[in-house]
Write a protein that binds this ligand. Structure first.
Ligand code: PDD
Length: 290
């Protein structure tokens, strides 16, 4: 069955869906996006993703092309039309629209472009041990507003490709002070050498992950406390446990960094507990109202 895309009011087979050559997303990366995980008809952390989408748009001064209820309707429709019953992701992109190529904003009234696609994913991982993976480390070469989820992802693309070529899944990015910011497409957490659960505080240098926020809310019920305090590359290498979070990585254990094992090279107890807690968060609850 062919996949269906939503583009500016129309649902079309992916191969037939088009945007204009002068779309500013294409020309300048002048747009923002979101990725939402859908599990058995339920949009995981939808409220957080839609709030971040609206915030990203405000920060770059792009108007929301449709209201929130209409967008939610499009999300439900795209999942239905792509027949995603079990596990999948929804991709939403909004750009400043199509106009003659000039850096300054196009004239008032230029309609933002809205694209929504969806695709099936493998089922939510059952086994945390086989979900574990490896990362490499490298310099953070991104801009100064990484808190905005823009489609300007060239440094992230290069980092992720370098990780792949090194046989790893992700790259942990390190700033000029030797501190870890986040990964190319996920946030990163550690249980440090002293046993403290840590992740970098929010700021302009990382994306405020929706999975990060959801997991932070689950911690009280797990009798765990979080220290939002930056950690260095040395702290990362000395950590007892390391894991990453994102809409499609969930809580993903990291057992190798630059080829060296983390701790004993096994998934640690805190990561195991948080994977289980997040798994309940994903699988629990009711489907979205139709
Ligand atoms: N990436 N940091 C970066 C740089 C990201 O690109 C992402 C998400 C995250 C985690 O955010 P969240 O928990 O809200 O997914 C952190 C998405 C999945 C992507 O680009 O495909």
């Amino acid at each position: 069955m062919s996949r269906i895309a939503y583009v500016n009011g129309r649902y079309l087979p992916l191969a037939a869906a088009q945007i204009r050559v002068e779309d500013r997303g294409f020309l300048f990366g002048d747009g923002i996006y979101e990725v939402v995980y859908v599990n058995r008809g339920r949009f995981v952390d939808a409220e957080k993703h839609l709030a971040r989408l609206e915030r990203s748009l405000r920060e770059v001064r792009i108007a929301m092309p449709v209201g929130r209820p209409a967008l939610e309707g499009i999300l439900r429709e795209i999942v239905e039309r792509n027949r995603i019953r079990d596990s999948g992701l929804i991709y939403i992109q909004i750009t400043r629209g199509a106009a003659r190529r000039e850096h300054v904003f196009p004239q008032a009234g230029t309609r933002p472009t809205l694209v929504v696609t969806a695709r099936a994913l493998a089922s939510f991982p059952k086994d945390v041990d086989t979900w574990a993976t490896g990362i490499v480390t490298g310099p953070d070469q991104r801009w100064a507003r990484c808190d905005i989820k823009t489609v300007n992802l060239l440094p992230n693309v290069l980092a992720k490709q370098a990780a792949k070529e090194a046989g790893a899944f992700e790259m942990a990015l390190v700033d000029e002070a030797g501190m870890v910011t986040e990964c190319a497409s996920s946030n990163i957490w550690i249980v440090d050498a002293a046993g403290r659960l840590r992740t970098r505080p929010l700021g302009h240098d990382i994306l405020p992950g929706c999975t990060r926020a959801a997991l932070a809310e689950l911690l009280a019920g797990e009798r765990l406390t979080l220290e939002e305090r930056a950690f260095s590359l040395d702290d990362l290498r000395a950590a007892r446990e390391v894991f990453i979070t994102s809409a499609t990585s969930f809580v993903r254990p990291i057992t190798r960094i630059d080829g060296a094992t983390v701790g004993e090279g096994e998934v640690g107890p805190v990561t195991r507990q948080l994977f289980a807690a997040f798994s309940r968060h994903v699988q629990g609850g009711l489907p979205n109202a139709a």
